[in-house]
Design a protein around this ligand. Structure first.
Ligand SMILES: Cc1cc2nc3c(=O)[nH]c(=O)nc-3n(C[C@H](O)[C@H](O)[C@H](O)COP(=O)(O)O)c2cc1C
Length: 189
């Protein structure tokens, strides 16, 4: 079912900018700074007529009670319209040996619709029908609780409706603009 909540593409009224606002030339610095924050890698998937998948590392847990997560999707991405139309999505948390999947779902040349999953093992999620990628570390199925304007992205707050854990042990990590695999012994937190 399509998300019927607020309008995520609505922009706030323009405000007078502060005099010391960083110039556009400083924008790459933010990218470089954020690249120092190591993240996992996910593929967001949507089922139904607008089936689609997209690599995303802007994903985080928000609340345990109620169970909420969020992901950020560029308004220019095909995934944006797809996720809004379906009103639900799945988050596939990639394992260390799934770097090729991350690259594939970030490549604009992949086919549209369900055809993009032909070369990829997947099963439909029980609650959302979103493709769950075989071999992922874990899967989170969500319904959109809220879509929030976030500049050139929308922040999709997802109400978790199903979770599952795979058998893999090692995560794919994105750090410094490159893929890494977690190695060595884990230490207790
Ligand atoms: C490691 C990695 C992480 C990414 N994270 C995000 C993200 O969190 N949100 C986003 O909108 N795009 C992200 N992207 C870019 C999209 O995957 C890419 O632009 C994709 O081709 C968009 O697909 P679409 O337009 O077909 O939906 C990421 C790409 C990579 C390689």
């Amino acid at each position: 079912m399509a998300y019927a909540g607020g309008n995520p593409v609505e922009r706030p009224p323009l405000k007078r900018l502060p005099k010391n606002r960083p110039g556009l030339s400083e924008q790459p610095a933010l990218r470089q700074v954020m690249a120092q924050f190591a993240t996992g890698v996910t593929v967001l998937t949507v089922g139904g007529e607008g089936a689609h998948g997209m690599t995303a590392n802007a994903f985080t847990s928000v609340s345990l009670d109620p169970p909420l997560v969020l992901c950020c999707v560029a308004k220019a991405a095909r995934m944006h319209a797809s996720i809004l139309a379906e009103g639900s999505f799945a988050v596939n948390i990639l394992a260390s040996d799934q770097q090729s999947l991350s690259k594939y779902f970030a490549d604009w040349r992949r086919p549209d619709g369900m055809a993009q999953f032909d070369a990829v093992g997947c099963t439909p999620g029980a609650k959302t029908g979103a493709p769950l990628l075989t071999g992922a570390l874990a899967w989170v199925e969500c319904e959109i609780a809220q879509a929030i304007d976030g500049g050139d992205h929308s922040i999709f707050l997802g109400r978790v409706v199903a979770t599952n854990r795979g058998t893999g042990e090692h995560a794919l990590v994105f750090y410094g603009g490159a893929y890494h695999q977690v190695e060595g012994q884990a230490r207790a937190a």
